[in-house]
Design a protein around this ligand. Structure first.
Ligand code: NAP
Ligand code: ZN
Ligand code: ZN
Length: 350
């Protein structure tokens, strides 16, 4: 076993503190990755605080991982020592169900092995995420990372990037479409960048007046402050798609009312309470409310390659791991611009 420094929550809702974990020795198909950067996703906070389902503790969060390979198993063919590699939200899947065979591993029916707060293939060993200095992963679940972009800006692509890229591609969003993005945080700012890059006209719905100038810089064409009902009303019947990235409970109606006939509201945010969809917000215009979760391995690679080719990365604030608890508080207050990324050199030094 490989003794590895990490930051973990000992029990639900506890602050993150240093802890040694053990990684398995790399098997024939495994990569050992020295982690350089790991993004802080709001899902980390939901899970550390047990806001979705009963968590597995101690919990080492982190599923936006970029690092360099230091060892490969003797059957590894797609990577070599010294390569950059990324790991996203899952580290294995059943590999046999129709979804896995179709490259939609994120919807695996046989049980997805999440990067943390989950179990390894043996169904016993807990998985631990990227708030640590090393990770061991099967090469089929690792991504190639181009050295062209700043690595700290690439890390958030492994979750925030693919979670917004995948539905935009699925619904073929592009030129001629109008898109609303709800919430300008980690996911929201990537949704703006991708939707604008694909040629859509983008409007940001935000609760934060201070983010208006950034919305424009990120590629949005319009900005609507959701605290102003008149701003919302003036947008009725305007959007083909809305991507809802909001992390807290909120009302659907004011946003659904801005969708055109056949418009689709795509939910990617996971608020901590169920929310209701009033029938009269959807039936009069044949609107749909849909969901989407991260993306498969092949599509994640496609997204990373697209970002390298089009110079797209996340806007980040790099922090030492010792500041992660304060960073969580700032994420909850919607103060991050637009993703905290942990520099794991801070953990190696300590
Ligand atoms: P984040 O950085 O905290 O962004 C969320 C944004 O939502 C905030 O910046 C804020 O934007 C807005 N917001 C927060 N509280 C609000 C409220 N009470 N009412 C209205 N707007 C509010 O979070 P994130 O990392 O982007 O994640 C967003 C959500 O997606 C989380 O629930 C996360 O768990 C989920 N997620 C889902 C997937 C998936 O596969 N579907 C993947 C990753 C994350 P403004 O300041 O602009 O209002
Ligand atoms: Zn995430
Ligand atoms: Zn499967």
């Amino acid at each position: 076993m490989i003794k590895t420094p990490a930051y973990a929550a000992a029990v639900a809702k506890a602050p993150l503190v240093p802890l040694f974990i053990e990684r398995r020795e790399p098997g024939p198909h495994d990569l050992l990755i020295d982690i350089l950067y790991c993004g802080v996703c709001h899902s980390d906070i939901h899970q550390v605080r047990d806001e979705w389902f009963t968590g597995i503790y101690p919990m080492v969060p982190g599923h936006e991982i970029v690092g360099r390979i230091t060892k490969v198993g003797d059957k590894v063919t797609r990577f070599k020592v010294g390569d950059l590699a990324g790991v996203g939200c899952f580290v294995d899947s059943c590999r046999e169900c129709p979804e896995c065979k179709a490259g939609l591993e994120q919807y695996c029916q046989g049980g997805l092995n999440l990067t943390y707060n989950s179990r390894e293939k043996d169904a016993k060993t807990p998985t631990y995420g990227g708030y640590s200095t090393r990770i061991v992963v099967d090469e089929q679940y690792a991504l190639h990372v181009s050295p062209k972009l700043p690595l700290q800006g690439v890390a958030p692509l492994l979750c925030a990037g693919i979670t917004t890229y995948s539905p935009l591609r699925h619904w073929k969003v592009g030129k001629g479409h109008t898109v609303g993005v709800m919430g300008l945080g980690g996911l929201g700012h990537m949704a703006v960048k991708f939707a604008a890059a694909f040629g859509a006209e983008v409007t940001v719905f935000s609760t934060s007046p201070s983010k208006q100038a950034d919305a424009t810089r990120l590629g949005a064409h319009h900005f609507a402050l959701t605290s102003k009902p008149e701003a919302m009303k003036s947008m009725s019947n305007r959007f083909d798609f809305i991507i809802d990235t909001v992390s807290a409970p909120h009302k659907f109606e004011p946003y659904l009312d801005t969708l055109k006939t056949d418009g689709v509201m795509i939910c990617v945010g996971v608020p901590t309470e169920p929310m209701s969809v009033p029938a009269f917000s959807i039936i009069p215009r044949r609107r749909s409310v849909a969901g989407s979760m991260i993306g498969g391995i092949a599509e994640t690679q496609e997204m990373l390659d697209y970002c390298a080719a089009h110079n797209i990365a996340s806007d980040v604030e790099v922090i030492p791991i010792q500041q992660v608890n304060e960073a969580y508080e700032r994420v909850i207050k919607s103060q991050v611009k637009y993703r905290f990324v942990i520099d794991l050199a801070s953990l190696k030094r300590s």
